[in-house]
Write a protein that binds this ligand. Structure first.
Ligand SMILES: Cc1ncc(COP(=O)(O)O)c(C=O)c1O
Length: 406
């Protein structure tokens, strides 16, 4: 049967990563995937994570099944980390998931069950996996403008009472552009007037302006609105990419609503993978519950953030030295791991072909993947491809970004 069917398209991001893997040019630069790299080009195991792993290896009593919600200490610690301090009983629940992706999918399933007619709004441009995850859960997707804040508020003016709006809480992937606090407040006003539910995706907190600052929007929405969904990833800020660690948080208006949400999330997990893997969650719980390890983690996270910001500043300085304000200007205003460049898919292909620099076709490069000594070479390559043709948007405003356009 399968041999008669066309092979489905390969995930475009991982396809590019594979293309990079096959590139033998010594100067090749991998700025594709959203992973942090230190100055030696390595994605390190964080010190607090390593220490927690040693303690767990020495003291973990058993690998017996945990419950369907995963590691309870992890869930408690994540609620307190994301929402800030003690969360009143009856306000929120958390279920451990298979990383941020698992949280997005379980929450999408919850939306599909509880709001079957809902449209889920995603940003244009969006994180490459948002639309596929939502559509796999059977949901209808519409796009709102992201980098134009007046456009963002205007588009979401059409979101209705049953709708859900997926918003990245900080360090937007792929643009690096976040709303100002005033725009976030206006979004909360809109949601509260229209009744739509914010669905936050938190994957980069701690890597933008600082951990508390990056969680400000999530906490503000949680304080102002009765119902909020939050998908949290521990992949980037704990460096636990391969350990698939994250959680789905639901803020609800009553204990009954939370019981409903938690059971629905558990049921969704039960049919997909039964329960999430323990290792990463046990590490995060051990780090967050121990003052010493927590301090060590915060210090290292601050160091990662500082390195990303320094990389951005170095690239901006090199671009300015080359007189290229068209790229330096937008880059300087962005934050977090990604830079969204005003380059077309064609120009990004040129960058790969002629300069061995790998970013995505939408013009996204991972600033955190830039070795210090390479800022000058990267700036030169960017200016060279920019000069080859006028930049244009890869995806028209208002359209749901085509997956193939990555
Ligand atoms: C915006 C956003 N959300 C969610 C994820 C999912 O992360 P993971 O499933 O690895 O935790 C990513 C990963 O790159 C992301 O960029």
């Amino acid at each position: 049967m399968l041999e008669l069917l066309p092979v489905p398209p390969v995930d475009p991001l991982w396809n590019l990563a594979a293309e990079y893997g096959a590139d033998e040019r010594p100067q090749r630069l991998n700025l594709v995937l959203g992973v942090y790299r230190d100055h030696t080009g390595v994605t390190p195991v964080m010190r607090a994570v390593r220490e927690a792993e040693i303690r767990l290896a020495e003291h973990a009593a058993s690998k017996e099944y945990r419950g369907l919600s995963g590691n309870a200490a992890f869930n408690r610690a994540m609620l307190s980390l994301v929402l800030g301090g003690d969360v009143p009983a009856g306000r929120a629940t958390a279920v451990q998931t298979v990383a941020g992706t698992g949280a997005l999918r379980l929450l999408a399933d919850l939306v599909r069950q509880t709001r079957p007619g809902a449209t889920v709004w995603i940003s244009d441009p969006a994180y490459v996996n948002h639309q596929p995850i939502l559509e796999a859960a059977g949901l209808t997707v519409r796009a709102y403008r992201w980098t134009d804040h007046d456009g963002l508020l205007a588009d979401l003016g059409d979101a209705g009472r049953d709708d859900v709006v997926l918003l990245q809480g900080c360090c937007h992937n792929p643009t690096g552009v976040d709303p100002t606090r005033a725009v976030w407040e206006a979004l909360a006003d809109l949601a509260s007037r229209a009744g739509w539910v914010p669905f936050l995706d938190l994957a980069y907190h701690g890597l933008g302006d600082g951990l508390e600052e990056d969680l400000w929007a999530a906490r503000m929405l949680a304080a102002r609105l009765p119902e909020v969904l939050v998908a949290v990833s521990c992949s980037k800020n704990f460096g636990l990419y391969a350990d698939r660690t994250g959680c789905a948080i639901v803020l609800g208006a009553s204990e009954r609503a939370l019981r409903h949400a938690e059971t629905a999330l558990q049921n969704a997990a039960r049919t997909l993978y039964s329960m999430p893997p323990e290792h990463g969650a046990a590490i995060v719980a051990a780090v967050l519950e121990d003052a010493g390890l927590r301090g060590m983690w915060r210090d290292e996270l601050d160091g990662m953030r500082a390195r990303i910001a320094a990389n951005r500043a170095a690239l901006v300085a090199e671009l300015r030295a080359l007189g290229c304000d068209a790229l330096a200007g937008p880059l300087a205003r962005q934050k977090g791991m990604f830079a969204g460049l005003p380059l077309t898919a064609g120009q990004m292909a040129l960058l790969r072909r002629e300069h061995a620099v790998y970013g995505t076709a939408t013009g996204r490069i991972n600033i955190a993947g830039l070795p210090e000594a390479q800022a000058g070479r990267l700036a030169g390559a960017l200016v060279a491809v920019l000069e080859r043709g006028a930049p244009e948007r890869a995806v028209p405003a208002g359209a749901v970004p085509a997956r193939a356009a990555l």
